[in-house]
Design a binder for this molecule. Structure first.
Ligand SMILES: Nc1ncnc2c1ncn2[C@@H]1O[C@H](COP(=O)(O)OP(=O)(O)OP(=O)(O)O)[C@@H](O)[C@H]1O
Ligand SMILES: [Mg+2]
Length: 390
């Protein structure tokens, strides 16, 4: 850090040229620049130079300005106020002078005649101190500069952060707007889809009504029953769309659907008051396809129970359940009626009902099981990826 080419200066002030020469000789050192002044006035002039003064030797007794007066003036100058002054006194000069010197900022006194070792050691101490001071000042300046640089960087980063923050805020606002727009459009689509379900249901209802009206002209009871059954099959499908129209779209609420479906069949077949039903579902939502399949199967099986299970009986029970079972679902439709005649192969009938049930079960990948006596108990196990559990 230190530049050796810049010399440290020492000012010697003495009215005696001989003293000046001797001291200069004693202090001979290439690192030191010795400046001499033969009076207080000259000393003040010399201190105007831009030299780097480490120390001033000041003779006390001089004509014109004496050493103390010159020191007082030097101390008044801001640039020189900190330069250490060592007074040179003759042996036996009064001690009051010494006190005056210290009060004027003297750092030391040397009594003439001067011993070279004393002079050299004092100079070396003060020059060393001066250099250390300079180094400290330099370091302080460097520290200040780096602090300023740091401050500037912090300010820059803060500004940057503020910019980023502003951008982010704008982006968040934009996203929120986009999200709101998306939600609105989704809502519109939901409304549209509901409308479609509504119309499908209405159309199916119209078909069902046509069947009902045409049934009025049918005299043959068997044919009439055929009409009735077709009607309940169509109703089972219409009900799914009705549920979807009322509930959310991706899935529908199963319990309500099954309840409506079975209640509807009971109405159609004007069932004896002693015949009851029970619906048992978990709180699961089920996809449209699965719902229609299950709906049609339940329609067939419950219709059969009502038609054949309770002939000549006043009371009985029908049980419909759709519950989770292992990794899949189990649909159960059972009655405690007379049971299916043992000679009927439920997987291979000429009649439509059980054929339909087998086909629908196959389509769902469900395995069908029948357990009889007492009553009839159909159960189907299937897996359905689109079933969403609440
Ligand atoms: N729960 C039941 N209890 C007693 N017998 C039953 C039961 N379910 C079915 N059966 C018998 O099995 C037969 C076949 O039923 P299936 O549903 O296939 O035909 P269906 O009801 O006679 O005519 P459809 O094609 O209109 O359904 C029925 O005729 C009936 O004898
Ligand atoms: Mg049947």
């Amino acid at each position: 850090m230190e530049d050796k080419r810049i010399q440290t200066s020492i000012l010697i002030v003495d009215d005696n040229p001989e003293n000046l020469r001797v001291m200069e000789f004693m202090l001979e050192n290439p690192e030191l620049n010795i400046i001499k002044a033969s009076s207080g006035e000259e000393a003040l002039k010399a201190l105007m130079m831009p030299d780097d003064f480490a120390l001033i030797f000041m003779d006390v007794r001089m004509p014109g300005l004496d050493g103390f007066e010159a020191a007082a003036l030097i101390r008044q100058r801001e640039k020189c106020a900190q330069i250490p002054i060592i007074f040179l006194t003759a042996y036996g000069e009064s001690e009051t002078g010494v006190f005056r010197g210290y009060s004027l900022g003297a750092v030391d006194f040397i009594v003439k005649p001067i011993a070279p070792e004393v002079l050299k050691s004092k100079v070396s101490v003060f020059v060393d101190l001066h250099k250390k001071n300079k180094r400290l000042t330099l370091q302080e300046e460097l520290l200040r500069q780096s602090h300023e640089r740091l401050e500037a960087r912090v300010q820059e980063r803060t500004a940057q952060l503020n910019r980023v923050n502003r951008d982010l805020t704008t982006e968040v606002a934009e996203r929120t707007r986009a999200e709101t727009a998306l939600k609105e459009s989704l809502k519109e689509k939901e409304i549209l889809l509901k409308e479609i379900h509504h119309r499908v249901k209405n159309n199916l209802q119209i078909i069902s009504s046509i069947l009902s009206l045409q049934g009025n002209y049918v005299k043959d009871p068997d044919t009439l029953q055929l009409f009735q059954e077709s009607q309940s099959r169509i109703k089972a499908i219409a009900l799914v769309h009705e549920q979807l129209y009322q509930a959310d779209l991706a899935s529908m609420h199963l319990g309500d659907y099954l309840e409506n479906l079975v209640a509807n069949l009971f109405r159609t077949y004007a069932v004896q008051p002693g015949i009851k039903y029970e619906i048992d579902t978990e709180d699961v939502h089920i996809g449209l396809d699965t719902a229609i399949h299950c709906g049609l199967m339940i329609t067939e099986l419950v219709t059969n129970s009502l038609k054949y299970g309770f002939i000549d009986r006043l009371d009985g029970n029908i049980y419909v359940a759709l519950r989770t079972s292992g990794d899949g679902y189990r649909l159960t439709v059972s009655d405690d009626g007379v049971g299916i005649a043992p000679d009927i192969d439920v997987r291979n009938t000429n009649s439509l009902g059980l054929q339909l049930v087998s086909t629908l079960a196959d389509q769902m990948g469900a395995e069908m099981k029948l357990e009889g006596s007492p009553g009839t108990n159909f159960s189907f196990f299937f897996e359905e990826a689109s079933v969403v559990r609440r």
